[in-house]
Design a protein around this ligand. Structure first.
Ligand code: ADP
Ligand code: MG
Length: 689
């Protein structure tokens, strides 16, 4: 059991029981905290809520700044109203729109829904949104559009100066995702051609000065004629005052060895020992969240009543998203088990307790082995502070950190490294190329990525035939790959499938790879899950297995019940259908015919190999067991237990992604014949041998 102490209090001796340190706080001393009546009876009315937001008081300053400066940087704590209120301030000029970008799809959806509700309009009319494969807006009617930064970058392919928009707000800039950083660089370029465009950059933390310096054009030569009506080119900074309550921090005394179990037991203890107030638990990914939910509900059957437990992660279906934002049923305590999403992206009301495991899933790129892996790694101190802050929205709260204070002080980094410095840049560079930015090395980044990573990305794009030897997009392949809203290697696989006569099948595979996961995982149902997967498993690997699932789903007449019986995510399958239809229209537009290979699986495997040959790996039997070695980079890697090939050991495989835990694991694996490799990519494999 995790034991906690609070800084500033005496460290409890090991015999005292939990929560020793927590006991001497203001609640347990018998000082009743006066809850606002609004909180007791559910939440405030929407109108009242809006007016009580800190940003509301600064609306005039904001309007003034945006009117008079090209770039306004807004800093305000999570929950101060930046995302929902700023776009409503009222600048939509004539026929132009206001765009507001988010790093995450789920934030786009929930925020757009919330703002439509605040404005008493139907979502998709005055307020719309756009995420990859889902556009909910009405041309000519929509005035405010929420979208992911990736989608806004895509829009530049058709409209390079984004002339549709009069104001563009880049939200959550502190997260420093690759797309956000890339977007900031692109917007800076657009600003030189469109000095009347207003940018708002919103951030939850104070790194405003570097962003302000980046956007400071005041000393640059003006590209457009001097015009007195144009806004000032010196960025302005607006700080929105916060209004959060104090949050008491508790640390564990000793490191915990299983953060998931520690999180579950801590949550249940809070429920048992602490006065009312909702609990927010931070875990790393959907699989963690599902497992924790299962553990909590198992426990709840043994007596922890009065709780209402909900998951929150990126792939959460729309219907479940609403539950997370509405009050718990009367007399129940809401427990939200979330990934990093709840750190700043979405605002949850009513949270009084936070359980912070101290981890999140992060991308790490290793340019030597040339692999990008997802790693569960410690968060930064800045993130830890954000997470704790979630507990202080409605009244003083508490944060239980499942790591020691020493770890917080000495092991955690102050700030996270911007993602461009720790990811593969293959997609990014392809997009820059598609936007006509030829000199990639000189692109203006807020933080420049390592030159080596860029060189590796250029090499790879050359290897898959997207760039020619002058680093120009090839025609038609490079142009087509850039056009498809898929990762470059998936797009390559799909395009290759046409010539192999199996585009119909590979279309399904590409759509399946574009959703979060088609399986309902859940460590709690492991056996059931394994059996279900066995039913569809193909000896050729995971991608062909997706095809089997899809066909069985169609045969079931798209039945939700069938999905449930087979541990398949019905929502995800509906998305697959929808994405498949969209991709099919795109292929048609590119003039690529749909052909079916019927039962001929080998053609499909070949198409997969054509996309992912750079990840080809060969089995090596050694003392350590069956390990694979990547052809490029020579990395030792195992098949992940979630793969249908986990127990099989084909001699040669290609994979889609890598996870790093105790070792490197490949996911979404397909068996291949090595003879195809020299056929598919002679230049690549010859020069490596
Ligand atoms: P910020 O962007 O500054 O973090 P937001 O604009 O997201 O703040 O949130 C402001 C307020 O709007 C929150 O405190 C919350 O009360 C409310 N809110 C935001 N999103 C939702 C939602 N999906 N459902 C209900 N309330 C919401
Ligand atoms: Mg926000």
């Amino acid at each position: 059991m995790a034991r906690f102490w609070r800084p500033g209090s005496e460290k409890p001796d090991s015999s005292s029981s939990y929560p020793s340190a927590a006991r001497d706080d203001d609640y347990s001393e018998g000082v009743p905290f006066a809850m606002p009546s609004s909180y007791q009876s559910g939440y405030m009315s929407i109108e009242k809520q809006r007016q009580s937001l800190p940003i509301y008081k600064q609306q005039n300053s904001l309007l003034y700044l945006v009117e008079n400066t090209s770039t306004t940087i807004v800093i305000g704590e999570t929950g101060s109203g930046k995302t929902t209120q700023i776009p409503q301030a009222g600048w939509a000029d004539g026929n132009q729109l206001i765009a507001c970008t988010q790093p995450r799809r789920i934030a786009v959806q929930t925020v757009a829904a919330r703002v439509a509700e605040e404005m008493h309009v139907n979502l998709g009319l005055e307020v719309g949104y756009s995420i990859r494969f889902e556009e909910i807006s009405t041309p000519g009617v929509t005035k405010i559009k929420y979208l992911t930064d990736g989608v806004l970058i895509r829009e530049m392919m058709e409209d390079p100066l984004l002339t549709k928009y009069s104001v563009i707000m880049v939200d959550e800039a502190h997260e420093r995702s690759v797309s956000t950083d890339m977007l900031l660089g692109l917007l800076k370029k657009i600003q030189r051609r469109r000095p009347e465009l207003r940018l708002i950059i919103a951030s939850a933390t104070i790194q405003a000065t570097s962003i302000a310096a980046f956007f400071d054009n005041s000393k640059q030569r003006q590209l457009v004629d001097k015009d007195k009506s144009l806004p000032s080119r010196k960025p302005a900074i607006l700080s929105v005052e916060g209004r959060s309550h104090t949050v008491l921090i508790h640390y564990v005394e000793e490191p915990v060895d299983d953060y998931l179990r520690a999180a579950v037991s801590t949550t249940l203890l809070i429920h048992k020992m602490e006065p009312s107030g909702d609990i927010l638990v931070f875990l790393t990914g959907q699989d963690d969240v599902d497992a924790a939910l299962q553990l909590i509900s198992d426990e709840a059957e043994n007596g922890s009543e009065g709780i209402f437990v909900l998951p929150l992660y990126a792939g959460l279906p729309r219907s479940d998203q609403e539950l997370v934002f509405s009050p718990a049923p009367r007399g129940k305590r809401k427990i939200i088990v979330s990934t990093n999403i709840a750190e700043t992206s979405v605002t949850l009301e009513g949270i009084v307790y936070v359980v912070d495991t101290g981890f999140s899933k992060q991308r790490f790129y290793n340019p030597i082995a040339d692999v990008e892996a997802l790693v569960v790694a410690p968060i930064s101190r800045a993130s830890a502070q954000q997470r704790a802050g979630r507990a202080g929205r409605v009244r003083p709260g508490k944060c239980f950190r499942l790591y020691t204070e020493d770890f917080f002080m000495h092991e955690m980094q102050a700030e996270a490294v911007p993602e461009v410095r720790r990811s593969s840049l293959v997609s990014t560079i392809l997009q820059l190329k598609a936007l006509g930015i030829d000199n990639i090395m000189r692109f203006d980044w807020l933080a420049s990525p390592p030159a080596e990573t860029m060189v590796r990305a250029l090499e790879l794009l050359y290897a898959i035939g997207v760039l020619d030897s002058d680093a120009k997009l090839t025609s038609p392949l490079g142009l087509q790959i850039a056009e498809l809203p898929l990762e470059p290697m998936v797009a390559k696989m799909l395009l290759a499938s046409a010539a192999l006569g199996c585009s119909n099948e590979v279309l399904t595979i590409s759509a399946s790879l574009s959703v979060q996961s088609i399986w309902v995982s859940g460590k709690g149902r492991l056996k059931e899950f394994d059996e279900a997967r066995e039913r569809f498993a193909a000896a050729e690997g995971d991608l062909i297995t997706y095809l089997n699932v899809y066909e069985a789903f169609l045969a079931s007449k798209k039945s939700a019940q069938w999905c449930h019986q087979n541990c398949i995510n019905f929502q995800a399958m509906k998305q697959v259908l929808d994405i498949r239809a969209q991709l099919s229209r795109l292929l048609q537009r590119l003039g690529i015919p749909l052909k079916s290979s019927g039962k001929e699986i080998q053609a499909i495997q070949k198409a997969v190999a054509s996309g992912f040959f750079v990840n080809a790996s060969q089995l090596e039997v050694s003392a350590e067991g069956d390990l694979y070695k990547t052809v490029r980079g020579g990395l030792k890697i195992s098949i992940h237990p979630s793969s249908v090939l986990f127990r099989a050991t084909p001699k040669w495989v290609v994979f889609k992604s890598v996870m790093l835990t105790d070792r490197h694991y490949m996911r979404e694996v397909t068996a291949i014949d090595p003879a195809w490799l020299t056929e598919i990519a002679p230049h690549f494999f010859q020069c490596r041998k």
